[in-house]
Write a protein that binds this ligand. Structure first.
Ligand code: BGC
Length: 753
């Protein structure tokens, strides 16, 4: 039975500003007082023969000051009593709402989270059940931008059909801390992969004539103290890591909006950070869209406005920050120029026009759940990673006795919590787990791996044991030819997590492995977890949060109906001591106490850090097994014009269809980077048994360079570079060397992907 929770947040996010907090009073919504109309032809902006910029300029000209202020002030969307405003036009249980300007026919902005589909704030009423795309981390593990784009197109269409014209998706913060509770929303540790995959998702979402954000800009890499942590990072390092991920995602997906984050960066709140917003984003990268705050991340009218913010969001309380009044007063007092407000409105309006949200307004419409399930399943099937396999998978058609144990695999698959929470059709399969209120509860999509496995392998008797009793689990395992144990790690926004599986699941795995040598572990986790048992089990499959078709996707990979082709978008540590920060910074500090985290590792994130230190992780970035084998042949590299081109052939040398991921790593032989190598290019190739394909890739030039702060650009040093075609960051692969000429790329240099 599903619970309907009407009030939210005893367990408030670590931020008060987030305002998912109870508030007793309720009042009528304020109305924008209409000033005199300043323009004789107020509807000229609707002329489609004009460019989006011209139309937006016409609109700005036609607006009163109050109307302009209306567009830059956003409210919490939910209708719950703690929200003072509760605009009736806001969508139920939605993240945000910005009023429109009816006099000029300008649309309201209806904003919904997030990257795995149309989210709901709080427990879902049935009408808000939506298709759940796998977690961002799973999608990144496909290394297939076309799938990310298809997934984005699917969730964007559900956003549109639900009445949203702004989707708060596009999480691309790099995985610096494996315990970050939001790693499931992001795309791993590597800027090229993360930027390309998230950019593709954004492009898909926006193909529905709605706006997508890219978030959280920037360095919001842990949830502990996210409102008070000051991230100290060197500019050159930032431009070659976290910022590069954003830059590539912007070039790939052209998001309409960037959401600035809660934290401080080098001493300044991200949403009033001139360096991040004005200099890097708008000046260097030429970003034409608008910057919105994360919910309640605004602190200072003058600094926010003058340093690059364009829209505040998430206002829920009358006493909370509000540009509607404060910005008008600041302009009146001469603290903020009128031209700045006009620029904010111009950016918001231009974006909604350019993305199609004006000329093709959103209309609630029916959803084709059956078709969307296929999109979600295709994504899951390519992003599940086969970590280990000692001749036990795929499960043979001759197996008679299989034991399935644990992880609620009888009823569903886990999803990630917080503002990105999406409820799959049928609601929560396992009610009553985790925090009672936001960012909880733990929500399982109703998609049973057990049932799907029984359908896949009708000849086998498949037993079910819930895993609560370790002895019973061992007993069930001992009676089967193969034991499959499911383990889960729920993660969520506003919290960080231990890398040790909760609820003594490591002990469960060990007990099952002791009882049956042919034990397969299926993990449903938000990010990397420690796997002390990996040496004792025959196989392991990382299924992340696999979305609303997770059951069949897992079953089909186990049975071999699908040949696994996911590759890790992150490194899996052997122990906490290998990490730059074994403990999340600020852990244990009193709520609200400011603290700093120094990114001493600089641009050496993930495998770059492991390489620099000479550590071998338990499982490296890029790793993932297949049921077939691939030969990599004929690697060559050459400079063509300004591009470094790499060619090779991949041959499927096994007996079944499969997909391989070619990874090109670059190492400077003379120059000095933060680490011995970087991923420079990748591609996924599908091949029938025995077939071969040739590929030529261009190496991302910024990944051949070191950012030079003085010269304000990416400098490629002349000299020799090793180009390696490999299967993971630890695979020696095969290499050639190439000589590159000196080159300086401007800070905003982009290539299209
Ligand atoms: C999150 C954002 C989200 C917003 C609206 C914030 O708490 O950090 O990612 O888009 O809430 O729900």
């Amino acid at each position: 039975m599903r619970l309907t929770v009407l009030t939210v947040a005893v367990l408030v996010p670590l931020c008060a500003a987030c305002s998912r907090a109870p508030q007793a009073t309720c009042a009528a919504a304020p109305s924008a007082a209409a000033n005199a109309t300043p323009d004789a032809a107020p509807m000229a902006w609707l002329d489609k023969s004009l460019s989006p910029n011209q139309r937006a300029a016409e609109l700005v000209r036609a607006m009163t000051q109050d109307e302009k202020l209306t567009l830059v002030t956003g409210y919490f969307g939910v209708q719950q009593e703690w929200n003072y405003y509760r605009f009736p036009e806001a969508r139920r249980q939605s993240a945000g709402f910005v009023r429109g300007v009816p006099r000029l026919g300008f649309t309201p902005q209806w904003q919904s989270d997030a990257g795995s589909g149309v989210a709901t704030q709080g427990e879902a009423p049935p009408e808000l059940e939506r298709t759940v795309l796998p977690s961002g981390l799973l999608t990144a593990s496909t290394w297939n931008p076309a799938l990310a784009e298809r997934g984005g197109a699917m969730i964007g269409s559900e956003a549109r059909a639900t009445g949203y014209n702004v989707m708060l998706a596009g999480g691309v913060n790099l995985l610096r801390d494996p315990g970050n509770g939001r790693n499931f929303e992001y795309a791993g540790e590597e800027p090229l992969l993360a930027g390309t995959m998230v950019g593709a998702l954004v492009r898909g979402i926006q193909s529905n004539h709605i706006v997508s954000t890219l978030k959280h800009f920037a360095f919001n890499d842990q949830e502990t103290g996210r409102n008070v942590v000051n991230v100290v990072v060197d500019e050159a390092a930032a431009r070659s890591s976290d910022l590069l991920a954003f830059q590539i995602a912007i070039e790939t997906g052209d998001p309409g909006s960037i959401m600035c984050s809660y934290n401080l960066v080098n001493g300044v709140y991200a949403c009033q950070n001139d360096w991040l917003l004005n200099q890097v984003l708008k000046h260097d990268w030429g970003f034409q869209g608008y910057v919105m705050t994360d919910w309640g991340a605004q602190h200072d009218t003058r600094l926010n406005a003058n340093n690059g913010l364009d829209q505040e969001t998430g206002v829920a309380r009358a006493d909370q920050y509000q540009w509607l009044e404060k910005l008008g007063a600041a302009i009146h007092a001469g603290e903020v120029q009128q031209s700045r407000l006009d620029d904010m409105v111009q950016r918001i309006a231009r974006t909604l026009i350019a993305k199609g949200a004006i000329d093709d307004p959103v209309q609630p419409a029916p959803i084709d759940f059956a078709a969307h399930a296929k999109v979600s399943q295709a994504d899951a099937e390519e992003g599940i990673v086969l970590l280990k396999n000692e001749s036990v998978l795929p499960l043979g058609a001759n197996l008679k006795r299989i034991a399935v144990i644990g992880g609620h695999a009888d009823v569903g698959v886990l999803t990630g919590g917080g503002s990105a929470q999406v409820y799959a059709p049928g609601g929560n399969a396992v009610p009553g787990l985790g925090p009672k209120h936001w960012p909880g509860p733990e929500v399982y999509a109703r998609s049973s791996p057990l049932a799907a496995l029984r359908a896949e392998l009708p000849q086998a008797t498949i037993s079910w044991t819930d895993g609560a009793d370790v002895a019973a689990a061992g007993n069930a395992a001992s009676q089967a030819e193969v034991a499959i144990v499911f383990v889960t790690q729920w993660t969520a926004e506003a919290m960080d997590f231990s890398l040790t599986l909760p609820n003594e699941q490591d002990q469960l795995v060990e007990a099952v492995a002791r009882a049956n040598k042919r034990t397969v572990v299926v993990l449903e986790t938000g990010g990397p977890v420690l796997m002390p048992w990996l040496g004792h089990v025959a196989a392991a499959l990382e299924a992340w949060y696999p979305g609303s078709q997770g059951g069949p996707a897992i079953a089909r990979v186990l049975s071999g109906a699908v040949n696994p082709s996911g590759r890790l978008a992150l490194s899996i540590p052997r122990s906490l001591s290998e990490l730059p920060r074994p403990e999340i910074a600020g852990s244990g500090l009193p709520k609200g106490q400011h603290f700093e985290v120094h990114y001493a590792e600089g641009a050496a994130v993930g495998y770059r850090y492991y390489d620099q230190k000479g550590f071998a992780p338990l499982l490296p970035f890029g790793h993932g097994l297949s049921y077939t084998t691939f030969a990599h042949e004929g690697l060559s590299a050459r400079v063509e014009g300004e591009a470094l081109k790499v060619s090779f052939q991949i041959r499927n040398t096994g007996a079944r269809f499969g997909r391989d991921v070619a990874q090109i790593y670059i190492s400077p032989l003379a120059a000095n980077w933060e680490a011995p190598k970087r991923l420079g290019a990748f591609t996924k190739i599908e091949l029938e048994a025995g077939a071969a394909a040739n590929a030529t890739l261009s190496v991302e030039p910024r990944l051949l360079a070191v950012y030079d702060v003085e010269r304000h650009g990416f400098r490629i040093a002349a000299g020799e570079y090793r180009v390696t075609l490999a299967r993971s960051a630890r695979d020696p692969g095969q290499s050639v060397t190439v000589t590159l000429p000196e080159r300086l790329l401007p800070a905003g240099a982009g290539v299209s992907h």
